[in-house]
Design a protein around this ligand. Structure first.
Ligand code: ADP
Ligand code: MG
Length: 496
């Protein structure tokens, strides 16, 4: 059997204290008591706010705002937490999409909790007090700190693994196939050449998903494997509190007893010398005894500044796998997989549109699709391109503000079927020069860059060249309707 464990050595804030406080909470929260008719027990309210902060952190602010902000804690009854939603639709949606996550976060927060029941709030029920409705200050806005800065951080119970993050739900494409293959290999069992497995890449590209998938996979294997998964911040927090409680030996022993150690977002150890030192020793002890280490970070070992050289060297001596930025094809495939799992018909055009527009990361892409699907449910309307524009207005606007000259150049060269390098080349043939002028025109229109700045991005051209391009394109658009339509189309693709 496998035990997916999170380690914690804090004695005064360990499970026993939590159990005590939960028992109190339970006593004071009988079946009939609701948050509306009295102050919810402070401990339960605090736990709820941490669960919410974690949810927000996990699923991103947009999704959280759309679906979970209106969730109200009703109370704890036996081993069951009841959460209220204002409508049946929201109840069903939250249940389906976030029920498992909500349960796993509650279980990690409070060992008494086994189940989470999501119900509809009776009409006319009061809104929750603000401190229950919103995560603690420093929640999602402050990134990952909310989950680690808590004083009685504990996690002996259910592991903080996301039930949605499995290999089954991971869509493989060119940008992530190597990382995926490595993750698979490690999940298959002892993989000497893959120790440590170092996954790196930008935010929202699936590193955590892959790590959880490995943990889930290992948890399905028959033999006894102990997996510890934690963020680097949590590692640090544990270490610092162990130091404070003079229980570092326990901490060390516990960490060194696992078979697989996963540390996510290692870049957060930058500059934390003492913690790095501890991690280094743990790392060596585990690797030397043939245990597997899996680490993720936003950069490759050699690019991680602020990490001690000896640690950097060791990090790079196993398998280093880069999760590249998504391509249009991968984004489309992810949308298709997600839409088909949701069982909602989403027209190809809408998915193409989303894949083209929402390029920053997979999390936002998923969030956008969820919003569209929910909107369609809510109003009982099919998903259409118009609806996408309407529902995602704010998100799309945010993208507009971030239009870069590089994107414009890419889009324009793709549209006119020329190489992107021609944007900076000295060639003056009409079939090259015209698209280049269009790109300059769009750069002037859609970004706040100055003429000289734009000129520099187009092979160090003078600002007068850009001025000329803008004038020329304006003139041509007035004279040639086809050309004008072409430029407008490009503008729409880039902005919508
Ligand atoms: P990271 O840890 O790299 O910042 P995550 O693993 O948290 O990113 O991924 C962000 C979201 O995108 C998650 O919901 C994850 O399931 C999803 N995701 C990322 N890559 C893929 C993929 N290739 N297939 C399916 N979902 C993905
Ligand atoms: Mg991550």
């Amino acid at each position: 059997m496998i035990h997916v464990a999170d380690t914690d050595t804090s004695s005064e804030s360990g499970p026993s204290r939590d159990r005590r406080s939960s028992a109190e909470v339970r006593r004071r929260h009988g079946v009939s008591e609701t948050p509306e008719d009295g102050a919810t027990d402070a401990a339960l309210a605090l736990q709820w706010s941490r669960v919410r902060a974690r949810l927000q952190d996990e699923i991103g602010e947009v999704e959280y705002r759309n679906w979970l902000r209106q969730a109200v804690l009703h109370g704890l009854d036996g081993d069951e937490i009841t959460v209220m939603m204002p409508t049946r639709f929201l109840r069903d949606w939250v249940n389906k999409e976030y029920g498992a996550l909500l349960t796993s976060f509650w279980q990690a927060e409070n060992p008494v909790v086994r189940r989470v029941d999501i119900r509809t709030r009776p009409a006319g029920a009061a809104n929750p007090a603000p401190d229950l409705a919103e995560p603690l200050p420093g929640g999602a806005g402050a990134g990952k700190t909310a989950t680690t800065a808590r004083p009685d951080d504990r996690a002996d119970g259910a592991p903080p693994l996301d039930p949605r993050f499995t290999f089954d739900t991971f869509v493989v494409g060119k940008p992530n196939e190597f990382a995926y293959a490595c993750a698979r290999r490690v999940a298959d069992g002892p993989a000497p050449g893959f120790n440590p497995l170092f996954l790196y890449g930008g935010v929202g590209l699936g590193k955590t998903h892959l790590m959880h998938a490995i943990a889930w996979e290992l948890s399905q294997r028959a033999d006894e494997v102990t997996v510890a998964y934690m963020s680097a911040e949590k590692f640090m927090h544990r270490f610092v509190s162990a130091l404070r409680r003079q229980s570092t030996i326990e901490f060390k022993n516990e960490l060194r007893s696992v078979d697989v150690l996963m540390v996510d977002d290692l870049q957060f150890l930058i500059g934390k010398d003492g913690t790095q030192e501890e991690f280094f020793h743990t790392f060596n002890a585990l690797v030397d005894s043939g245990k597997q280490i899996i680490v993720s970070a936003d950069k490759s070992p050699s690019d991680l500044s602020g990490i001690e050289d000896r640690l950097r060297t060791r990090l790079g001596c196993g398998m280093v796998a880069d999760v590249h930025a998504t391509t249009y094809e991968l984004r489309l495939a992810i949308l298709e997989a997600k839409a088909s799992r949701a069982g909602v018909p989403v027209p190809g055009r809408v998915m193409e549109f989303l894949a083209q527009k929402i390029t920053a990361n997979v999390r936002e892409l998923e969030g956008a699709l969820n919003r569209l699907i929910a909107h369609a449910h809510l109003f009982d309307r099919p998903v259409t391109l118009e609806a996408a524009n309407e529902v995602l207005h704010d998100l799309l606007r945010a993208y507009d503000r971030k239009i870069t000259i590089e994107e414009i150049q890419k889009q324009v060269s793709e549209h006119y079927n020329i190489r992107i390098s021609e944007m900076s080349s000295v060639r003056r043939a009409r079939n090259i020069a015209r698209p280049r002028q269009v790109a300059m025109y769009l750069a002037k229109q859609l970004t706040t860059r100055s003429l000289p700045e734009i000129g520099r991005k187009f092979g160090n051209r003078d600002h007068t060249t850009v001025m000329h391009a803008v004038a020329k394109v304006t003139e041509l658009m007035a004279a040639d309707a086809d050309f004008a339509e072409d430029v407008d189309l490009l503008k729409r693709i880039l902005t919508v």
